[in-house]
Write a protein that binds this ligand. Structure first.
Ligand code: PGA
Length: 247
């Protein structure tokens, strides 16, 4: 049985004071061990969030990392820096990084390999634009992204990756994919993993859906056979996240 994952993506939101305030309201309600609850927070909030969630089952993740070990990379954060803060997960290849910060699959692949080399679990995002969906390219886009993002990732490491299918047209737009649209792509994603690795990996890898997940639609989406939870943006910034975790 694959353990469900509910991961928050705070993006560039919440000051330290605001994150403490939110955590004090929600932490006792999301402190469960039947699901993996992960909060991916801005770099500046990681230390505080770790402190605030000490002695709970809540895991803290980052939203990005740089693939070099150290050196003259002004403004970047390395995997060792994350590790020394106790970070266990990192979002890689989010569409906002791909689109706004021009990250390509080659960089994403280097980041995935770097995170895995430090035993930080990548939450690897993939997804299509509205234009690509309308041209019927969704499945080929996902296949293309994953096959490039996973180059040189061993079978053993592939089992540790969490994939998040996030249709770009559904992110922050309030337009959620229907649960059957989400299931269709997540099922196909599992087939790609089977092609790239084998049945064992495809049956064990966790595949999440992300894009306007709310308390009102989470239950239906998470109930789908190939969807193992969600990556939650906007709705993770309020107490609504409690109901999503419980969905
Ligand atoms: P959203 O964001 O839930 O606000 O649509 C999801 C994401 O970008 O990970």
């Amino acid at each position: 049985m694959r353990k469900k994952v509910v991961a928050a993506n705070w993006k560039m939101n919440l000051t330290i004071e605001e994150s403490i305030e939110l955590l004090q309201k929600i932490k006792n309600h999301i402190n469960i061990d039947t699901k993996e609850v992960v909060l991916c927070v801005p770099f500046t909030n990681i230390y505080t969030c770790k402190e605030e969630t000490k002695n709970t089952n809540i895991h803290i993740g980052a939203e990005n990392l740089y693939f070099e070990e150290k050196g003259a990379y002004t403004g970047e954060i390395s995997s060792s820096m994350l590790l020394s803060l106790g970070v266990e997960y990192v979002i890689i290849g989010h569409s906002e990084r791909r689109q706004i910060f021009n990250e390509n699959d080659e960089m994403i692949n280097k980041k995935v390999l770097k995170a895995l080399s430090k035993n930080i679990y990548p939450i690897l995002c993939c997804g299509e634009t509205l234009e690509q969906r309308e041209k019927n390219e969704t499945l080929s886009i996902i296949k293309n992204q994953l096959s490039k993002d996973l180059i040189n990732v061993t079978k053993e490491d592939a089992m540790k990756i969490i994939i998040a299918y996030e249709p770009i047209w559904a992110i922050g737009t309030g337009k959620t994919a229907t649960s059957s649209q989400a299931e269709e792509v997540c099922k196909y994603t599992r087939e790609i993993i089977k092609e790239l690795y084998d049945k064992e990996v495809s049956e064990n890898v966790r595949i999440l859906y992300g894009g306007s997940v709310k308390a009102s639609n989470a239950k239906e989406i998470f109930a789908k056979e190939n969807i193992d939870g969600g990556l939650i943006g906007g709705a993770s910034l309020t107490e609504e996240f409690i109901d999503i975790v419980k969905a």
